[in-house]
Design a protein around this ligand. Structure first.
Ligand SMILES: *Cc1c(COP(=O)(O)O)cnc(C)c1O
Length: 366
Protein backbone atom coordinates (compact mmCIF):
# COMPACT_ATOMS: atom_id res chain seq x y z
CA UNK A 1 0.00 0.00 0.00
CA UNK A 2 1.44 3.32 -1.05
CA UNK A 3 0.22 6.46 0.55
CA UNK A 4 0.16 8.73 -2.44
CA UNK A 5 -2.53 11.35 -3.10
CA UNK A 6 -5.49 9.84 -4.93
CA UNK A 7 -8.39 11.68 -6.58
CA UNK A 8 -11.90 10.76 -5.49
CA UNK A 9 -13.71 7.86 -7.18
CA UNK A 10 -14.65 8.47 -10.79
CA UNK A 11 -12.09 11.14 -11.65
CA UNK A 12 -9.61 8.78 -13.29
CA UNK A 13 -12.47 7.36 -15.42
CA UNK A 14 -12.74 10.74 -17.14
CA UNK A 15 -11.14 10.74 -20.54
CA UNK A 16 -9.02 13.78 -21.26
CA UNK A 17 -10.86 16.27 -23.47
CA UNK A 18 -8.79 16.85 -26.60
CA UNK A 19 -9.60 20.23 -28.22
CA UNK A 20 -9.73 20.73 -31.98
CA UNK A 21 -6.32 21.04 -33.59
CA UNK A 22 -5.06 24.47 -34.57
CA UNK A 23 -1.82 24.13 -36.49
CA UNK A 24 -1.03 23.90 -40.20
CA UNK A 25 2.25 22.79 -41.81
CA UNK A 26 4.86 25.54 -42.19
CA UNK A 27 4.25 27.78 -45.19
CA UNK A 28 0.63 26.70 -45.66
CA UNK A 29 -2.22 29.11 -44.89
CA UNK A 30 -4.17 27.92 -41.86
CA UNK A 31 -7.96 27.58 -42.02
CA UNK A 32 -9.05 26.47 -38.56
CA UNK A 33 -12.32 24.62 -39.05
CA UNK A 34 -12.01 22.39 -36.00
CA UNK A 35 -13.76 24.24 -33.17
CA UNK A 36 -16.83 25.91 -34.71
CA UNK A 37 -15.41 29.39 -34.22
CA UNK A 38 -16.73 32.25 -36.33
CA UNK A 39 -14.81 33.34 -39.45
CA UNK A 40 -15.84 36.96 -38.74
CA UNK A 41 -13.98 37.42 -35.48
CA UNK A 42 -15.44 39.43 -32.61
CA UNK A 43 -17.48 42.60 -33.12
CA UNK A 44 -15.18 45.66 -33.44
CA UNK A 45 -17.22 47.14 -30.57
CA UNK A 46 -16.38 44.16 -28.38
CA UNK A 47 -12.69 44.52 -29.22
CA UNK A 48 -12.87 48.21 -28.29
CA UNK A 49 -14.52 47.34 -24.97
CA UNK A 50 -11.87 44.70 -24.35
CA UNK A 51 -9.10 47.25 -24.86
CA UNK A 52 -10.80 49.79 -22.60
CA UNK A 53 -10.97 47.18 -19.84
CA UNK A 54 -7.19 47.45 -19.42
CA UNK A 55 -7.79 50.34 -17.00
CA UNK A 56 -7.71 49.62 -13.26
CA UNK A 57 -6.66 46.01 -13.46
CA UNK A 58 -5.91 46.11 -9.75
CA UNK A 59 -9.63 46.12 -8.95
CA UNK A 60 -11.75 42.98 -8.72
CA UNK A 61 -14.42 42.76 -11.42
CA UNK A 62 -18.13 43.01 -10.65
CA UNK A 63 -18.83 39.56 -9.20
CA UNK A 64 -22.43 39.67 -10.43
CA UNK A 65 -21.47 40.57 -14.02
CA UNK A 66 -24.41 42.92 -13.91
CA UNK A 67 -23.47 44.97 -17.01
CA UNK A 68 -23.43 41.78 -19.06
CA UNK A 69 -26.57 40.30 -17.53
CA UNK A 70 -28.33 43.60 -18.18
CA UNK A 71 -27.26 43.59 -21.83
CA UNK A 72 -28.48 40.00 -22.28
CA UNK A 73 -31.75 40.77 -20.52
CA UNK A 74 -32.38 43.75 -22.81
CA UNK A 75 -31.48 41.87 -25.95
CA UNK A 76 -33.80 38.95 -25.23
CA UNK A 77 -36.46 40.67 -23.10
CA UNK A 78 -35.62 38.60 -20.02
CA UNK A 79 -35.66 39.32 -16.31
CA UNK A 80 -32.09 39.96 -15.17
CA UNK A 81 -32.71 37.96 -11.97
CA UNK A 82 -33.16 34.84 -14.05
CA UNK A 83 -29.69 35.13 -15.57
CA UNK A 84 -26.31 33.87 -14.42
CA UNK A 85 -23.06 34.16 -16.37
CA UNK A 86 -20.26 31.63 -16.54
CA UNK A 87 -16.62 31.37 -17.51
CA UNK A 88 -17.81 29.86 -20.78
CA UNK A 89 -21.05 27.91 -20.76
CA UNK A 90 -18.86 24.94 -19.80
CA UNK A 91 -18.69 26.35 -16.29
CA UNK A 92 -22.47 26.46 -16.07
CA UNK A 93 -22.76 22.85 -17.28
CA UNK A 94 -20.23 21.94 -14.57
CA UNK A 95 -22.10 23.87 -11.89
CA UNK A 96 -25.38 22.15 -12.72
CA UNK A 97 -23.77 18.76 -12.15
CA UNK A 98 -21.87 19.94 -9.07
CA UNK A 99 -25.02 21.32 -7.45
CA UNK A 100 -27.60 18.71 -8.41
CA UNK A 101 -25.76 15.37 -8.59
CA UNK A 102 -24.82 13.44 -5.47
CA UNK A 103 -22.68 10.32 -5.81
CA UNK A 104 -24.80 7.60 -7.40
CA UNK A 105 -27.32 9.99 -8.94
CA UNK A 106 -27.91 9.58 -12.65
CA UNK A 107 -27.74 12.11 -15.47
CA UNK A 108 -28.82 11.36 -19.02
CA UNK A 109 -27.42 12.60 -22.32
CA UNK A 110 -27.72 11.34 -25.84
CA UNK A 111 -25.44 8.90 -27.63
CA UNK A 112 -23.55 11.46 -29.70
CA UNK A 113 -23.99 14.34 -27.26
CA UNK A 114 -21.38 16.95 -26.34
CA UNK A 115 -18.38 15.35 -24.56
CA UNK A 116 -18.45 17.85 -21.71
CA UNK A 117 -21.64 16.28 -20.28
CA UNK A 118 -19.90 13.01 -19.50
CA UNK A 119 -17.00 14.87 -17.89
CA UNK A 120 -19.13 17.03 -15.59
CA UNK A 121 -21.35 14.12 -14.55
CA UNK A 122 -18.37 11.94 -13.61
CA UNK A 123 -16.65 14.81 -11.84
CA UNK A 124 -19.70 15.19 -9.63
CA UNK A 125 -19.70 11.45 -8.84
CA UNK A 126 -22.84 10.88 -10.89
CA UNK A 127 -23.58 8.04 -13.27
CA UNK A 128 -23.71 8.94 -16.97
CA UNK A 129 -26.70 7.28 -18.67
CA UNK A 130 -26.60 7.27 -22.46
CA UNK A 131 -29.83 7.41 -24.50
CA UNK A 132 -29.56 5.97 -28.01
CA UNK A 133 -30.14 8.32 -30.93
CA UNK A 134 -32.17 7.79 -34.07
CA UNK A 135 -30.74 9.02 -37.39
CA UNK A 136 -27.99 10.82 -35.48
CA UNK A 137 -30.70 12.84 -33.74
CA UNK A 138 -31.66 13.02 -30.06
CA UNK A 139 -34.51 10.58 -29.38
CA UNK A 140 -37.03 11.83 -26.82
CA UNK A 141 -38.49 8.37 -26.21
CA UNK A 142 -35.05 6.88 -25.56
CA UNK A 143 -34.39 9.60 -22.98
CA UNK A 144 -37.74 9.15 -21.27
CA UNK A 145 -37.16 5.38 -21.16
CA UNK A 146 -33.80 5.97 -19.48
CA UNK A 147 -35.30 7.97 -16.60
CA UNK A 148 -35.16 6.26 -13.20
CA UNK A 149 -35.76 7.25 -9.57
CA UNK A 150 -32.12 8.31 -9.46
CA UNK A 151 -32.23 10.63 -12.47
CA UNK A 152 -31.52 14.27 -11.59
CA UNK A 153 -30.43 15.88 -14.84
CA UNK A 154 -30.90 15.54 -18.60
CA UNK A 155 -28.38 17.33 -20.81
CA UNK A 156 -29.30 18.04 -24.42
CA UNK A 157 -27.44 20.12 -26.97
CA UNK A 158 -30.00 21.56 -29.37
CA UNK A 159 -28.73 21.75 -32.07
CA UNK A 160 -26.31 18.97 -31.17
CA UNK A 161 -22.55 19.04 -31.64
CA UNK A 162 -21.05 17.21 -33.61
CA UNK A 163 -24.09 16.03 -35.61
CA UNK A 164 -25.66 19.44 -36.32
CA UNK A 165 -29.14 17.93 -36.00
CA UNK A 166 -31.88 19.48 -33.86
CA UNK A 167 -35.18 18.77 -32.16
CA UNK A 168 -38.21 20.94 -32.92
CA UNK A 169 -39.96 22.71 -30.07
CA UNK A 170 -42.84 20.25 -29.88
CA UNK A 171 -40.36 17.43 -29.21
CA UNK A 172 -38.53 19.43 -26.53
CA UNK A 173 -41.87 20.20 -24.91
CA UNK A 174 -42.86 16.53 -25.07
CA UNK A 175 -39.58 15.67 -23.35
CA UNK A 176 -40.13 18.23 -20.60
CA UNK A 177 -43.72 17.05 -20.09
CA UNK A 178 -42.56 13.45 -19.80
CA UNK A 179 -39.90 14.14 -17.17
CA UNK A 180 -40.67 13.85 -13.45
CA UNK A 181 -40.82 17.28 -11.77
CA UNK A 182 -37.59 16.72 -9.83
CA UNK A 183 -35.52 16.16 -12.98
CA UNK A 184 -33.92 19.27 -14.52
CA UNK A 185 -33.72 19.54 -18.30
CA UNK A 186 -30.56 21.38 -19.35
CA UNK A 187 -30.96 22.81 -22.85
CA UNK A 188 -27.53 23.66 -24.22
CA UNK A 189 -28.31 26.07 -27.06
CA UNK A 190 -24.73 26.99 -28.01
CA UNK A 191 -25.68 27.21 -31.70
CA UNK A 192 -29.20 28.66 -31.35
CA UNK A 193 -28.45 31.88 -33.26
CA UNK A 194 -27.63 29.94 -36.42
CA UNK A 195 -30.88 27.96 -36.59
CA UNK A 196 -33.25 29.18 -39.29
CA UNK A 197 -36.20 26.86 -38.67
CA UNK A 198 -39.70 27.96 -37.77
CA UNK A 199 -40.23 24.95 -35.51
CA UNK A 200 -37.10 25.64 -33.40
CA UNK A 201 -37.08 27.36 -30.03
CA UNK A 202 -33.86 27.70 -28.05
CA UNK A 203 -35.55 27.28 -24.68
CA UNK A 204 -36.60 30.75 -23.52
CA UNK A 205 -40.29 29.98 -23.70
CA UNK A 206 -39.95 26.66 -21.90
CA UNK A 207 -37.73 28.04 -19.13
CA UNK A 208 -40.21 30.88 -18.56
CA UNK A 209 -43.04 28.39 -18.04
CA UNK A 210 -41.25 25.68 -16.05
CA UNK A 211 -39.56 25.11 -12.70
CA UNK A 212 -37.24 22.42 -14.04
CA UNK A 213 -35.78 23.68 -17.34
CA UNK A 214 -32.64 25.77 -17.85
CA UNK A 215 -31.05 27.05 -21.07
CA UNK A 216 -27.33 27.69 -21.52
CA UNK A 217 -25.85 29.95 -24.21
CA UNK A 218 -22.37 30.94 -25.23
CA UNK A 219 -20.40 33.89 -26.60
CA UNK A 220 -17.83 31.47 -28.05
CA UNK A 221 -19.58 30.78 -31.31
CA UNK A 222 -21.57 33.48 -33.14
CA UNK A 223 -20.21 36.30 -30.96
CA UNK A 224 -16.60 35.30 -31.63
CA UNK A 225 -15.40 35.58 -28.01
CA UNK A 226 -14.19 32.01 -27.46
CA UNK A 227 -10.86 33.27 -26.13
CA UNK A 228 -12.53 35.29 -23.35
CA UNK A 229 -14.73 32.43 -22.02
CA UNK A 230 -18.22 33.85 -21.65
CA UNK A 231 -21.47 31.94 -21.28
CA UNK A 232 -24.86 32.54 -19.71
CA UNK A 233 -27.80 30.64 -18.40
CA UNK A 234 -31.49 31.50 -18.24
CA UNK A 235 -33.18 29.60 -15.43
CA UNK A 236 -35.80 29.72 -12.68
CA UNK A 237 -34.69 31.93 -9.77
CA UNK A 238 -34.40 28.98 -7.38
CA UNK A 239 -31.79 27.38 -9.64
CA UNK A 240 -29.92 30.66 -10.15
CA UNK A 241 -29.78 31.01 -6.37
CA UNK A 242 -28.29 27.53 -6.01
CA UNK A 243 -25.56 28.11 -8.61
CA UNK A 244 -24.67 31.53 -7.21
CA UNK A 245 -23.74 29.86 -3.92
CA UNK A 246 -21.22 27.55 -5.57
CA UNK A 247 -19.62 29.50 -8.42
CA UNK A 248 -16.38 31.38 -7.87
CA UNK A 249 -17.29 34.86 -6.61
CA UNK A 250 -15.49 36.48 -9.58
CA UNK A 251 -15.98 33.82 -12.24
CA UNK A 252 -16.04 36.30 -15.12
CA UNK A 253 -13.15 38.66 -15.61
CA UNK A 254 -13.61 42.33 -16.36
CA UNK A 255 -12.67 42.09 -20.06
CA UNK A 256 -15.14 39.24 -20.59
CA UNK A 257 -17.95 41.22 -18.96
CA UNK A 258 -17.48 44.38 -21.01
CA UNK A 259 -16.64 42.72 -24.33
CA UNK A 260 -19.60 40.36 -23.90
CA UNK A 261 -22.01 43.25 -23.28
CA UNK A 262 -20.73 45.10 -26.36
CA UNK A 263 -20.90 41.92 -28.48
CA UNK A 264 -24.50 41.08 -27.71
CA UNK A 265 -25.59 44.65 -28.50
CA UNK A 266 -23.92 44.55 -31.92
CA UNK A 267 -26.87 42.99 -33.71
CA UNK A 268 -25.51 43.92 -37.15
CA UNK A 269 -22.39 41.84 -36.56
CA UNK A 270 -24.53 38.90 -35.52
CA UNK A 271 -26.83 39.33 -38.52
CA UNK A 272 -23.85 39.26 -40.88
CA UNK A 273 -22.71 35.94 -39.41
CA UNK A 274 -26.17 34.45 -39.64
CA UNK A 275 -26.50 35.41 -43.32
CA UNK A 276 -23.06 34.00 -44.16
CA UNK A 277 -23.84 30.76 -42.36
CA UNK A 278 -27.23 30.41 -44.01
CA UNK A 279 -25.64 30.86 -47.43
CA UNK A 280 -22.97 28.19 -46.83
CA UNK A 281 -25.38 25.75 -45.19
CA UNK A 282 -27.04 25.60 -48.58
CA UNK A 283 -23.86 25.38 -50.66
CA UNK A 284 -21.47 23.23 -48.62
CA UNK A 285 -23.57 20.10 -47.88
CA UNK A 286 -24.79 20.02 -51.49
CA UNK A 287 -21.31 20.39 -52.98
CA UNK A 288 -19.79 17.77 -50.68
CA UNK A 289 -22.80 15.48 -51.10
CA UNK A 290 -22.36 15.72 -54.88
CA UNK A 291 -18.86 14.26 -54.41
CA UNK A 292 -20.50 11.10 -53.10
CA UNK A 293 -19.85 11.75 -49.40
CA UNK A 294 -22.64 11.59 -46.84
CA UNK A 295 -23.37 14.87 -45.08
CA UNK A 296 -25.70 14.83 -42.06
CA UNK A 297 -28.28 17.63 -42.43
CA UNK A 298 -27.12 20.45 -40.14
CA UNK A 299 -28.78 23.62 -38.80
CA UNK A 300 -25.62 24.86 -37.06
CA UNK A 301 -22.29 26.40 -38.16
CA UNK A 302 -20.63 23.08 -38.95
CA UNK A 303 -21.34 19.90 -40.87
CA UNK A 304 -20.56 16.26 -40.24
CA UNK A 305 -19.14 14.44 -43.26
CA UNK A 306 -18.97 10.62 -43.32
CA UNK A 307 -16.35 8.79 -45.35
CA UNK A 308 -15.96 5.42 -47.05
CA UNK A 309 -14.25 2.47 -45.31
CA UNK A 310 -12.08 1.84 -48.39
CA UNK A 311 -8.33 1.98 -47.86
CA UNK A 312 -7.04 5.48 -48.58
CA UNK A 313 -10.52 7.02 -48.49
CA UNK A 314 -11.34 7.06 -44.78
CA UNK A 315 -11.91 10.03 -42.49
CA UNK A 316 -8.37 9.61 -41.18
CA UNK A 317 -7.02 9.80 -44.74
CA UNK A 318 -9.16 12.82 -45.56
CA UNK A 319 -8.11 14.49 -42.30
CA UNK A 320 -4.46 14.08 -43.22
CA UNK A 321 -5.03 15.27 -46.80
CA UNK A 322 -6.94 18.36 -45.67
CA UNK A 323 -4.48 19.16 -42.86
CA UNK A 324 -1.53 19.12 -45.24
CA UNK A 325 -3.33 21.80 -47.25
CA UNK A 326 -4.09 23.92 -44.19
CA UNK A 327 -7.74 22.86 -43.66
CA UNK A 328 -7.91 21.75 -40.05
CA UNK A 329 -11.12 19.84 -39.29
CA UNK A 330 -12.16 17.73 -36.30
CA UNK A 331 -11.89 13.95 -35.97
CA UNK A 332 -14.91 12.83 -33.95
CA UNK A 333 -14.05 9.26 -33.01
CA UNK A 334 -14.60 10.11 -29.34
CA UNK A 335 -18.17 11.12 -30.20
CA UNK A 336 -18.81 7.67 -31.69
CA UNK A 337 -17.99 8.59 -35.29
CA UNK A 338 -14.65 6.98 -36.17
CA UNK A 339 -15.16 7.54 -39.87
CA UNK A 340 -16.49 11.09 -40.04
CA UNK A 341 -15.11 14.61 -39.78
CA UNK A 342 -16.76 17.68 -38.36
CA UNK A 343 -16.08 20.71 -40.53
CA UNK A 344 -16.86 24.21 -39.29
CA UNK A 345 -18.27 26.72 -41.75
CA UNK A 346 -15.45 29.18 -42.33
CA UNK A 347 -14.74 32.11 -44.61
CA UNK A 348 -15.76 31.99 -48.28
CA UNK A 349 -12.17 31.12 -49.13
CA UNK A 350 -11.96 28.33 -46.55
CA UNK A 351 -15.27 26.74 -47.53
CA UNK A 352 -14.48 26.76 -51.22
CA UNK A 353 -11.02 25.42 -50.36
CA UNK A 354 -12.53 22.47 -48.49
CA UNK A 355 -14.77 21.63 -51.44
CA UNK A 356 -11.82 21.80 -53.85
CA UNK A 357 -9.52 19.79 -51.58
CA UNK A 358 -12.12 17.05 -51.04
CA UNK A 359 -12.72 16.91 -54.79
CA UNK A 360 -8.98 16.38 -55.32
CA UNK A 361 -8.77 13.90 -52.46
CA UNK A 362 -11.47 11.68 -53.93
CA UNK A 363 -10.00 11.94 -57.41
CA UNK A 364 -6.48 11.04 -56.27
CA UNK A 365 -7.60 8.06 -54.22
CA UNK A 366 -9.84 6.54 -56.94
C1 LIG B 1 -18.99 25.13 -28.24
C2 LIG B 1 -20.04 24.54 -27.38
C3 LIG B 1 -20.33 25.10 -26.14
C4 LIG B 1 -19.66 26.38 -25.70
O1 LIG B 1 -18.81 26.21 -24.66
P1 LIG B 1 -18.12 27.51 -24.01
O2 LIG B 1 -17.63 26.97 -22.73
O3 LIG B 1 -19.20 28.53 -23.81
O4 LIG B 1 -17.07 27.96 -24.94
C5 LIG B 1 -21.32 24.54 -25.36
N1 LIG B 1 -22.01 23.47 -25.80
C6 LIG B 1 -21.77 22.91 -26.99
C7 LIG B 1 -22.58 21.77 -27.45
C8 LIG B 1 -20.76 23.42 -27.80
O5 LIG B 1 -20.50 22.84 -28.97
Amino acid sequence: MTNKPTPKAGIMDIELYVPGKSNAPAGVKLHKLSSNETPFGASPKAIEAFKASAENLELYPDGTASELRQAIAEQYGLNVDNLICGNGSDELLHLMAACYLAPGDEAIYSEHGFLVYEIVIKEAGGLPIIARERNNTTDVDAILNAVSDKTKLVYIANPNNPTGTYLPFNEIRRLRDGLPDHVILVLDAAYAEYVRKNDYEAGIELVSKSDNVVMTRTFSKIHGLAALRVGWMYAPKEIIDVLNRVRSPFNLNKAAISAGAAAIRDVDHVAKSIAHNEKWLKILPKAIGDLGLEVTPSVANFIMVSFSDAVGKTAADADQYLSERGFITRRITSYGFPNALRVSIGSDEANQGVIDALTEFLRETK
